[in-house]
Design a protein around this ligand. Structure first.
Ligand code: NAP
Length: 284
């Protein structure tokens, strides 16, 4: 059954807001109810494309507060876009609370955990993503107990393509980032600098964050959710991306390349400091 009444946890966030906007774009067409769950009270909801979603306050430490909200709005689908790097324990327990609260609500039957990068189980070397695994185990258990009535799906999209526009100097270049932070992940156009994971020949998946929002919204209208709903806006090696950057930069086509270990690059870039630890890289 399609999703009809959807709660987006963390939907005030940098990425989550794009999911909310994707849902609001199709809200009227499919007569959806969309609410945003937040720890912080807000006087206004989120408005987009002529529709809006209220922001409803919950306490992730208090399952009953979540249950009451889900019950009140008769939520059938929870999409979690909660930050995974804030505090790992807070993230793990918040997602678990959401699921447990949902299970006590009769209308609830779909859950999307906060994956939205790569399949967290496939990147065992990256500590950050391991905080995403416990909820998958819980979802598998619930699925085994509840059978076809319950569905969950992992939405993975690779890296947000928007990050590749970091350092662009176009007059409206800031629009490249949507609601995301301006974040130098691999490419810095202003410094003509690129960190090359490995030999740069590994295919990587990139998807625009706006497209991820539209994709997840469209997937809410699928009759059946498979366990994986992966997407790819583009698949390119970083060497190919650098060639595109050189073409775009035109008169300054010379990029400095720093060869980095892929796993280390992801660990460093996802640290809370958001800074580049250049000691880890060597220049050629
Ligand atoms: N593919 C990519 O390139 C990429 C890049 C960045 C992020 N992501 C993924 O996108 C997802 C969201 O990341 P984001 O950067 O958008 O996060 P974010 O903006 O930092 O946070 C999202 C929301 O999570 C809520 N939140 C934060 N800490 C929490 C906690 N301990 N317990 C409960 N709620 C908490 C907050 O909402 P309230 O304060 O309103 O409660 C916040 O607005 C993650 O799964 C992340 O891995 C993917």
């Amino acid at each position: 059954m399609k999703s009809q009444r959807i709660a987006v946890a963390g939907g005030t966030g940098k990425f989550g807001r794009h999911i909310v906007e994707g849902l609001l774009e199709i809200k009227q067409q499919h007569s959806l109810e969309v609410i945003v769950l937040s720890r912080t009270p807000a006087s206004e909801g989120i408005s987009y494309a002529g529709s809006s979603a209220p922001i409803v306050t919950v306490d992730y430490q208090d399952q009953d507060s979540i249950r009451k909200v889900l019950n009140k709005y008769q939520i059938d689908t929870i999409i979690s876009t909660i930050a995974s790097i804030d505090t790992s324990e807070g993230f793990i327990s918040a997602q678990e609370s959401l699921l447990r609260a949902g299970l006590s609500v009769p209308t609830f039957r779909r859950f999307a955990p906060s994956e939205f990068v790569v399949d967290s189980e496939q990147v065992k070397g990256i500590k950050l993503y391991q905080t995403k695994v416990p909820i998958i185990r819980s979802l598998e258990e619930v699925k085994a107990e509840r059978g076809d009535f319950f569905e969950y799906s992992r939405f993975n999209c690779g890296i947000f393509m928007n990050y590749l526009g970091y350092g662009n100097t176009k007059p409206e270049g800031h629009k490249a980032f949507g609601h995301l932070d301006h974040f130098p992940w691999l490419i810095d156009l202003s410094k003509q600098k690129a960190d090359v994971p490995g030999d740069g020949e590994m295919d990587m998946v990139y998807t625009r964050v706006e497209d991820v929002g539209k994709f997840v919204a469209a997937a809410s209208q699928l009759d059946v959710w498979e366990e994986y709903n992966d997407m790819a806006g583009e698949v390119m090696t970083i060497n190919q991306v650098i060639r595109v950057c050189k073409e775009i930069c035109g008169e300054r086509p010379c990029f400095s390349l720093y060869f980095v270990d892929l796993i280390e690059a992801m660990q460093v870039r996802n640290s809370t400091s958001n800074t580049t630890q250049e000691r880890k890289f060597w220049r050629i």
